[in-house]
Design a protein around this ligand. Structure first.
Ligand code: CA
Length: 240
């Protein structure tokens, strides 16, 4: 199998800077989105370190990336901590990191934070990752409805991120891939603006991934664009 891919990142309409970063290595089948945060304008440093750590893993041993994906996320956490120790003005920085590796044997996801990985399969959209947010924890506990969580003032409070502690718990998921599977990695600048029903409708369109990535960013901006928006799309294609 092989993989088509496309990505876009956009500052949005309200933020002065873009603190998101992404990785796209279609040859290696490795993709990631990182959404940086933190005082003193260091969010972009954290998200860049996260993505660069993953890129180094791809460069060093592309075949080992799927089995080492969670280790790479922990490596990224360590690199961010080391940078913050050496540069105290960046001490508060952190980032999400949602990484996807595709191989003939299947997909692997390693995930920390509130960026997301969705999969469209046979026209059904499924959110594969769980947000590590305070509101998601309230939903899981039955205290808030998903709709209440969506509009909650604490909606962006993260319970887990890279950079906040020496150790980080990394969610991992894996499973088989099928031709036609379409994976979307995105930052909350997309999902905060575009709900799952609208996302599904857009992802079902039989259009090139480049045009689709562009359309997703435009949709977030049309609905207000309050945050940085990053989308990475990867589609599994059967080899002819
Ligand atoms: Ca964000």
């Amino acid at each position: 199998m092989r993989w088509d891919a496309a990505a876009r990142t956009d500052r949005g309409l309200r933020r002065a800077r873009n603190e998101d970063a992404f990785a796209l290595h279609a040859d290696a089948g490795v993709y990631a989105v990182a959404d940086g945060m933190g005082g003193h304008a260091a969010g972009d440093v954290a998200s860049r370190i996260a993505v660069e750590t993953l890129e180094r893993a791809v460069a060093a041993a592309p075949g080992a990336v799927p089995e080492r994906l969670a280790d790479s996320v922990r490596d990224a956490n360590r690199a961010i901590r080391e940078h913050a120790d050496a540069n105290p003005e960046t001490a508060e920085m952190g980032t999400t990191l949602t990484a996807l590796a595709l191989a003939d044997a299947g997909f692997v996801i390693a995930h920390v934070g509130d960026s997301r990985c969705y999969r469209l399969r046979e026209d059904a959209l499924e959110q594969l990752t769980t947000d590590h947010t305070w509101v998601q924890a309230q939903v899981d506990a039955g205290i808030l409805s998903p709709e209440q969580a969506r509009h909650h003032p604490f909606g962006s409070v993260l319970l887990r991120s890279l950079g906040s502690a020496d150790d980080v718990e990394v969610d991992t998921l894996s499973g088989p891939v099928r031709p036609g599977d379409l994976f979307l990695l995105c930052s909350d600048g997309l999902t905060g603006m575009v709900d799952d029903a609208d996302l599904a409708a857009m992802l079902r369109q039989p259009i090139p991934l480049d045009a689709l990535a562009e359309q997703l960013v435009e949709a977030a901006n049309l609905r207000g664009g309050v945050d940085n928006i990053t989308v990475v799309l990867a589609r599994v294609v059967e080899e002819a």
